[in-house]
Design a protein around this ligand. Structure first.
Ligand SMILES: CC(C)(COP(=O)(O)OP(=O)(O)OC[C@H]1O[C@@H](n2cnc3c(N)ncnc32)[C@H](O)[C@@H]1OP(=O)(O)O)[C@@H](O)C(=O)NCCC(=O)NCCS
Length: 512
């Protein structure tokens, strides 16, 4: 504020008042009565305006043109509340009182200067920055027509079709077509789609020779190696920024990547095992070809179908962290390869990609059916979580686990019966020891059992998930590119008050 305050008497002439403002280089003065009470404010604008409407500046007085009973603020009011007064009432100058006496004049310019230095808050719905819930839980950050999850109902869908029904009745290619092209294919469209995607399994020039080196890097993990291979492959394909290419070119990049990811993963796996890679079989669909590239053998159709159903069930699942990552990268106009590399990186985190192998490890630790109850009670008693139970979104049966239990049953085997026994015991014990928490079996419990019985090694469980999820990522990338706006949220700064002065003498010493 300007202090001491510039004040004038109500009977001062307009020309004398103009001189006071001019001499003090201020835009307004408080008008005080004989008792020192503020009764008005007079500004340069009031004086100019009064002359414009015919007042005589040499004879007419301040009292005739001043703003009466002005709004005031107190000396200890916050900058924010003062700004609010200016914003709401559109004043330019306000007297500042302390104990009823005017001690200064605050102008909008003082506040703007301070506001810039202290913090700039973007105008939210309520006019101030609001911190979104941690982890963005419950915040819708985009529109999507790819699919949705309804946790309370235990339902999720792809483009409106119940995903579990799709997994029960359709092939991987039919659902892949649905996600990428928007509709389930006719027979003729499906044949063309198969031909196209089988052709896309061919590695781009130069990649086959690079993969053995990636597969022997120290601290090899299948997902880390896949991330590197996807990046190399995108470079070899020359994927262009989504901002610069057509929707048809984006679709081509997407389908090629969807088709190549399992090929890359299996080649890396075989190189890592010291085995020669198995070329994709053009006669086999996605899932059967996946298993053949793993072992070199044409798989048992029941096992291939079980894996196919798992892959369909995991293609997409709402706005999860890796899908969001892919969309953020695409929102910058970047290319398909960059978005997929980022998405795989997000999936590699244990909080997201999870570990279906952990549920299997729990079954191993239990060992025999008679030990289940004692083991599960002990774990929960020790504050441990049972792997394969509970979900952030589903507060009822996870629809994926319901179907995978059936799928596991079709594949059969001792482990399935044992898993069913452990599941029933776990649900009973959880209900008793964690009442009201709504803990049900999640996707991971039977995913591990299904993949294990189909012969997929444990360290390939999450990478297998990455293959099917690539379809969901590429659908999200294409959708983002088609209706793009840069995703650029803000953060609430909570560090030391800025600007901080640098310590005296701190900096680069003068040359010499
Ligand atoms: C998936 C998961 C992370 C969701 O957690 P969340 O929604 O944040 O649930 P919360 O951490 O708020 O847990 C709520 C209560 O249920 C309990 N709970 C949640 N999952 C549990 C589990 N699997 N076993 C035992 N108790 C569990 C918690 O201990 C907590 O109990 P409390 O109220 O006595 O503290 C959690 O259920 C979990 O860790 N499950 C095991 C790991 C797993 O299967 N992951 C794969 C998920 S697809």
């Amino acid at each position: 504020m300007h202090t001491p305050p510039v004040v004038v008497a109500p009977d001062l002439t307009l020309s004398a008042a103009a001189k006071v403002l001019d001499d003090n280089k201020v835009g307004a003065a408080a008008v005080l009565d004989g008792a020192g009470e503020v009764i008005g404010m007079v500004s340069e604008r009031d004086l100019l305006h009064s002359v414009g409407i015919g007042h005589d500046p040499h004879t007419d007085s301040v009292e005739q043109v001043m703003a009466r009973e002005p709004f005031t603020v107190n000396a200890d009011d916050s900058v924010e509340s003062a700004l609010d007064v200016f914003r709401t009432h559109r004043f330019r100058h306000v007297p500042v009182l302390d104990g009823g006496h005017v001690v200064g004049i605050l102008s909008i310019r003082h506040l703007v200067r301070v506001a810039h230095i202290e913090e700039v808050k973007p105008a939210g719905a309520a006019g101030a920055a609001e911190l979104a819930p941690r982890g963005l839980e419950g915040v819708a950050v985009a529109e999507t027509a790819v699919g949705d999850v309804r946790g309370e109902e235990g339902f999720f869908h792809y483009r409106g079709y119940d995903a579990t029904e799709l997994a029960r009745r359709c092939s991987f290619e039919q659902v892949w077509h649905l996600l990428m092209l928007g509709e389930l294919p006719t027979d003729e469209q499906l044949r063309a789609f198969r031909r196209r995607t089988v052709a896309y399994r061919a590695l781009p020039e130069g990649i086959a020779g690079l993969l053995p080196a990636v597969a022997v890097l120290p601290d090899y993990t299948p997902l880390g190696a896949l991330r590197s291979a996807v990046s190399l492959t995108a470079a070899a394909m020359g994927t262009q920024p989504t901002l610069d290419i057509t929707a048809e070119q984006i679709l081509e990049d997407a389908l090629r990547m969807d088709a190549l990811v399992p090929v890359l993963l299996m080649r890396l796996h075989r190189h890592h095992q010291g085995l020669p890679p198995v070329e994709p079989d053009p006669e086999l669909g996605y899932a059967a070809n996946y298993l053949k590239m793993l072992t070199g053998q044409t798989p048992d159709p029941v096992k291939a179908r079980a894996v196919e159903q798992y892959l369909i069930l995991t293609m997409d699942h709402g706005f999860n962290a890796s899908t969001f990552t892919a969309r953020v990268i695409t929102s910058t106009g970047s290319d398909m390869g960059s978005a997929l590399t980022g998405a795989i990186g997000a999936l590699a985190g244990p909080l997201h990609g999870g570990a279906p192998s952990r549920a299997l490890a729990m079954l191993d630790a239990i060992g025999t059916p008679d030990r289940a109850e004692e083991y599960l009670r002990r774990e929960i008693g020790a504050g441990q979580r049972l792997m394969g139970f509970g979900h952030r979104v589903y507060k009822t049966d996870d629809p994926r686990s319901t179907l995978l239990r059936e799928v596991a049953g079709e594949v059969g085997g001792d482990q399935v019966e044992f898993a069913k026994h452990v599941e029933a015991t776990a649900l009973r014990v959880l209900n008793e020891l964690k009442p009201g928490r709504r803990l049900y079996t999640n996707v991971e419990f039977y995913a591990g059992v299904v993949m294990n019985s189909a012969g997929i090694p444990r360290d390939m469980f999450t990478p297998t998930f990455a293959c099917s999820r690539t379809v969901g990522w590429t659908a999200a990338i294409a959708e983002q590119a088609a209706n793009n706006r840069l995703i650029r949220p803000s953060a609430l700064y909570v560090g030391p008050a800025a600007p901080r002065p640098l310590p005296d003498g701190y900096g680069i010493s003068p040359a010499g």
